[in-house]
Design a protein around this ligand. Sequence first.
Ligand code: FAD
Ligand code: MG
Length: 312
Amino acid sequence: MNEPATHTIVVMGTIVTIQTASSDPKHSRQQDSAIERALAWFHHIEERCTRFNPQSEAMRLSNQSGVSLPVSPVLYEAVGFALEVAKASDGAFDPTLGLAMERLGFDREYSTGQTVHTDIEPTSAVSYRDVLLDPIRKTITLLRPLVLDLGAVAKGLAVDMAARELREFESFAINAGGDLYLGGCNPKGEPWTIGIRHPRHEDALIDSVVLSNRAVCTSGDYERTADDGKVHHILDPRTNAPEKSAASVTVIAQSTMLADALATAAFVLGPERGIPLLDRMGVDGLIVTPSLDRYETRGMSRDYRPGASPVL
Ligand code: FAD
Ligand code: MG
């Protein structure tokens, strides 16, 4: 295996890194163009799905509630998937929290530094039930004035699209701010070993997993905060306040979008309802509570701990 090459961009308010084993020089042009296409997905999806740009497709929906608008395939996919997770989690996951997030102070566009102020007054409490999809016409209708927040799915979708561009390579890793997809084996030819950050000690790991051709995503209360660090970014949609029953949740799945969204959903549900959700959805995961108790699905230690045979 050749030496790894790393490519990094800043997008979606985070750092995205793609690592590939650098190929035979005669294939390097092919590899460069695959990496370019992979990175371009992040910009393509951001442009359409962000709530931080009033001109984005997602925000155009907000400005025309009650109207059925045809949307791009990526926005349709991200919203459709978010609604499925919302139903599966009985509303613990909810992609209509945009205004609540903005009002808590999650309102700064990362590349310009400018704050966004959406001029929409919700008529009453909104939820995922206020979003209607037409699968034939590929339209989305917001039944009430609301702002979509796709922060827990759009990054995962972009990682999956990027992974599709890179699948011809034996070895690649994509890391989008804690949402990872690991293709094939690491540059040493072994399955990837991924450390899971300790939620209360920045420089320590609480666990590690070994995997190949899988996504691993972590949602943590330490990752993003507003109001000088007092308010974290994962909300209970019933109260619009930060949820306190977990400190971090790590999910392993075949698709990054699924792992991304289910980590957020299980965070809101806490261990008692979160582990059964992960089981029902056929994925594995670990929930660490604020008192550092650990809860996990059966498959975590069976399939993903060092020494276990990774599921290929
Ligand atoms: P995850 O746990 O995967 O997701 C948590 C995020 O999901 C929250 O930040 C919130 O956005 C949303 N959320 C909170 N509670 C719930 C819930 N109950 N159900 C469903 N979703 C919930 N950040 C900036 O500060 N500025 C930007 O300009 C910016 N642009 C972005 C553009 C795009 C397209 C995307 C995808 C993200 C952008 N972000 C930006 C980051 C974004 O706001 C989220 O903070 C980030 O995506 C969280 O990812 P995570 O994996 O850390 O957390
Ligand atoms: Mg995530």
